[in-house]
Design a protein. Structure first.
Ligand SMILES: Nc1nc2c(ncn2[C@@H]2O[C@H](COP(=O)(O)OP(=O)(O)OP(=O)(O)O)[C@@H](O)[C@H]2O)c(=O)[nH]1
Length: 381
């Protein structure tokens, strides 16, 4: 890595925002612009089985996926390696030289340890310069996330630019704007739909000296010392996560704080009416715990064109059809659910009942349609 010496450090933007805020959509839109041509992208996903690679429109050169895990804790080491790899790819001619880097974090990431690393790592400092933190906030579910999740508040607090997404769904977002202003009086707040590459990436959003002082304050702040779950481990940055943080010594299920993810898969096609009934019951029974759902579904009515579902809390975005199954991907339904305190067994049984493979001792589809509460604590344990 030390042999790579561009004349000026390459600006690095950290793109963050709570689960489902619209980070990938925003990035995809901006990357289509001609002025984004020389942008390298590093993405990090939280979820047991990554399905984002199925959902991104086209694989691009210069997009590097970090291993599943929390970018703000154990995957930080991977981030250093990945930045080094980018340099190596340029040096060996496998990647065209790039003018800026965007790091898309998971929706649960606390950006401050990433910033601290980018501003203090002796080798990285030779090649890269932190350009700023761009935080997306969802106009539909953002206020609920801010009220409930410390991760969402921290993402807003350390932003250099706040971009509000989904304003087409919520044209009056004055209430959200006021809340954002309270959490972060300094960052400009804009409508994400109106933002261009030049306003978001590589445009010198921060003053490094002010940022150093801010960072020291954020890293020491009480909200950062959150404790969740049954076990805790301390990170260099002084914060604590519970559960298993995808650290090699912490086996799955993957958890970040009290948040955990799991996935469901099913090979046979699923009738759309069954999918609908499953989702209705999922939202009814577990909606208060659900933070995010992503799914690619093999529908009985049109098996060749996978149905893509995005749920953010209990808001289900309009489903989208892909023209075909991506190359090399078996036509198999895959759902990833992320939630805080989700009853995994109940969700699995619900899904099994509606995908035609109920457990022998669990209520089937007909029983559930007759009595949606027939599945749950006490009914099958
Ligand atoms: N109507 C509308 N939908 C949006 C907008 N931005 C994103 N979405 C939808 O919101 C859902 C989630 O968007 P993503 O881009 O996957 O969100 P994300 O932040 O990358 O999600 P995670 O990586 O899971 O945290 C998708 O269904 C998008 O189509 C927007 O501005 N308007």
């Amino acid at each position: 890595m030390s042999a790579f010496s561009p004349s000026a450090p390459v600006p690095v933007t950290v793109l963050t925002g709570f689960l489902g805020a619209g980070k990938t959509s925003f990035l995809n839109r901006l990357l289509r612009a001609p002025e984004a041509r020389d942008t390298a992208v590093i993405v990090n996903e939280f979820g047991e089985v990554g399905i984002d690679h199925l959902l991104v429109e086209t694989a691009r050169d210069g997009v590097i996926e970090l291993a599943d895990g929390c970018i703000c804790c154990t995957v930080r080491g991977d981030l250093v390696d990945t930045l080094a790899e980018l340099v190596d790819r340029v040096q060996t001619g496998r990647l065209a030289p790039f003018r800026r880097i965007v790091i898309e974090t998971t929706g649960l990431a606390d950006p401050t340890p990433i910033l601290a690393m980018l501003m203090a790592h002796p080798v990285l400092l030779q090649h890269f310069a932190l350009d700023g933190v761009v935080t997306l906030v969802d106009a539909v579910t953002g206020r609920a996330s801010l009220a409930e999740r410390v991760e969402a508040r921290r993402q807003v607090a350390c932003a250099d630019r706040l971009l509000v997404t989904k304003t087409d769904l919520v044209p009056d977002w004055a209430g959200l704007e006021a809340e954002l202003r309270m959490l972060n009086p300094r960052a400009p707040i804009r409508d994400a739909a109106l933002s261009s590459v030049g306003e978001a990436f590589g445009c010198g959003l921060i003053d490094p000296e002010t940022r150093k002082a801010d960072l020291a304050r954020w890293m020491g702040e009480g909200e950062h010392d959150h404790h969740h779950g049954d076990h805790h481990h301390d990170h260099e940055c002084g914060h604590t996560h519970g559960g298993s943080c995808d650290h090699p010594s912490h086996a799955r299920p993957h958890a970040h704080g009290g948040v955990a993810s799991f996935s469901l898969t099913h090979d046979a096609p699923i009738a759309s009416s069954d999918l609908e009934a499953f989702l209705d019951l999922l939202f009814m029974r577990q909606g208060d715990k659900l933070l995010r759902m992503k799914a690619v579904v093999r529908l009985r009515e049109d098996e060749a064109r996978p149905l893509v579902l995005h749920g953010v809390r209990t808001y289900l975005h309009p489903p989208v059809r892909l023209p075909a199954w991506p190359d090399g991907e078996p036509p198999r339904s895959r759902l990833v659910l992320i939630g805080d305190g989700l009853d995994e067994r109940l969700v699995r049984d619900l899904f099994a009942a509606f995908s035609g493979a109920p457990r022998i001792d669990a209520p089937d589809r007909a029983a559930l349609l007759e009595n949606p509460l027939s599945l749950g604590p006490g009914s099958y344990r």
